[in-house]
Design a protein. Structure first.
Length: 183
């Protein structure tokens, strides 16, 4: 009997139904889950990898005491870097690693924007489209380690923009001290 109970608890925890981390739900239905590493998950699903879930990280720099924040799409493709600024500084295609290559990023049906060779663009070029959009698309160059000549493979990756505004609001709350996170 106790083995069945233990198996049920473990299964529920791994599936996201039960969490050992503090979880709160906002009035608009978003789950805010704090992790021991100081990151916060923001999304409507208990499944952390579901489209529309975001990881917010705002560690405090040990030398400057400034928070360096970022937002990452947990389903992939997208990284938003704030650095120590209160506003996003750059938007990056997360998986881009084609040496010397630029990537393309696009929100919904807006024109594609070319990135630098690190796969990033200044946030001011695209963040407003992202805040009102539904889908982020990145065409990236990715190195396949198994390829004998290590030529980059071009591939497209998508991320849902659902919940992005809530994730950005969470960064602002952390910076303002309204949401305590420990690192």
């Amino acid at each position: 009997m106790s083995r069945v109970l233990l198996t049920t608890i473990i299964t529920a925890t791994l599936s996201g139904c039960v969490s050992p981390n503090p979880v709160s739900t906002t009035s608009d239905g978003y789950r805010i889950e704090k992790f021991s590493q100081g990151t916060v998950s923001v999304g409507k699903s208990a499944n952390l990898l579901a489209a529309g879930n975001w990881s917010v990280s705002c560690p405090t720099d040990a030398m400057t005491d400034k928070r360096n924040c970022s937002i990452t799409s947990l389903s992939g493709a997208l990284f938003i870097d704030y650095g120590s600024s209160p506003t996003p500084q750059r938007v990056c295609a997360l998986s881009h690693d084609g040496p010397g290559m630029t990537a393309l990023i696009r929100v919904d049906s807006h024109p594609a924007v070319a990135t630098d060779t690190q796969g990033c663009v200044p946030a001011g070029r695209i963040i407003q489209q992202m805040r009102s959009g539904s889908t982020f698309l990145a065409r990236i160059g990715a190195i396949n380690d198994w390829s004998p000549d290590l030529r980059p493979v071009i591939k497209d990756e998508r991320a849902s923009l659902e919940g992005l505004n809530k994730a950005m609001e969470t960064v602002a709350d952390i910076r303002a001290g309204k949401l305590a996170v420990k690192l």
